[in-house]
Write a protein that binds this ligand. Structure first.
Ligand SMILES: C[S@@+](CC[C@H](N)C(=O)[O-])C[C@H]1O[C@@H](n2cnc3c(N)ncnc32)[C@H](O)[C@@H]1O
Length: 257
């Protein structure tokens, strides 16, 4: 991958930022656009601390996520299946603009970008500097670039993206419902949204210990209707939900105009 095409992707990501964020001339000398600077991400829970560790960032894609998924009996999808599902659910092609919120080390972002034409762009967005350093090292491309910021206040205008996703993160971000409202806000009419998050099983003998255990490490468990209801209340259509073990995938479309 040539430096110029990687820089081109970073430039195309920068153009999509709100004017105020562009004016801040955020530094990108580490391979991603940093809208936060030297301030570290808040780390109130064990889960958040892990996401801000250089060690976890380095092993996340090849070891942490696959082992975590296997250990939790998550949903029987391989990483490759899951990435293919994301491309299909988001209906990616041509020169679409995609936002991957809480992208970690870019383990999905690069594949999302690979489904697009040269003029398309997948922006991975995360708050963790170690995760984005890893993304910039391993998962940059001519169609994948990275921005550091807080998902509770996305630095993009309403309706900027043709597709928006957020995988394996709503259960550990602070204020997950605020984040979902932001995901919907930046989605363009006709665009697709896809999330994957936790699902607490309905039987209380399973859901009670699961919810309590998860809470001790800073992970929230969600019921079956929280996200489908938010999507419906926001007027989204084609709402579909798949449950796999203790994970749920929810997809929808923002109605055109
Ligand atoms: C488990 S990783 C998910 C990575 C990837 N999406 C995946 O499916 O494997 C969760 C990510 O959420 C990010 N995160 C947590 N709070 C955030 C916030 N307020 N804004 C943006 N990202 C956040 C963490 O830094 C971490 O990289």
């Amino acid at each position: 991958m040539s430096i110029s095409s990687v820089d081109g992707a970073l430039d195309r990501a920068r153009i999509l930022l709100r004017p105020a964020a562009q004016a801040a001339r955020a530094a990108s000398n580490e391979g991603f656009i940093d809208l936060i600077g030297p301030v570290e991400a808040p780390q109130p829970t064990a889960a958040q601390r892990a996401m801000n560790s250089k060690f976890v960032a380095a092993i996340y894609e090849r070891l942490w996520r696959p082992v975590g998924v296997a250990a939790l009996g998550f949903y029987g999808l391989s990483g490759m299946d899951e990435r293919a599902k994301a491309v299909k659910d988001l209906r990616l092609r041509d020169d679409k603009k995609v936002l991957d919120v809480a992208c970690g080390p870019g383990n999905f972002t690069k594949s999302l970008g690979a489904a697009l034409s040269d003029q398309g762009i997948a922006i991975g967005f995360d708050i963790s500097r170690p995760m984005l350093l890893q993304a910039a090292r391993e998962n940059r491309s001519g169609t994948a670039a990275y921005v550091r910021g807080d998902a509770r206040n996305l630095p993009f205008d309403d309706g900027t993206f043709d597709a928006v996703c957020c995988y394996a993160a709503l259960y550990l971000v602070p204020e997950p419902l605020t984040v979902v409202v932001e995901l919907i806000r930046v989605l363009a009419p006709g665009g697709r949204i896809a999330i994957m998050t936790s699902y607490t099983r309905e039987h209380p003998l399973i859901s009670t210990p699961l919810t309590l255990g998860a809470r001790t490490v800073g992970v929230r468990m969600f019921d079956r209707t929280t996200f489908t209801d938010i999507f419906a209340d926001a007027g989204l259509t084609e709402i579909e939900q798949e449950i796999h073990g203790v994970a749920q995938f929810v997809t929808a479309t923002k109605p055109a105009g």
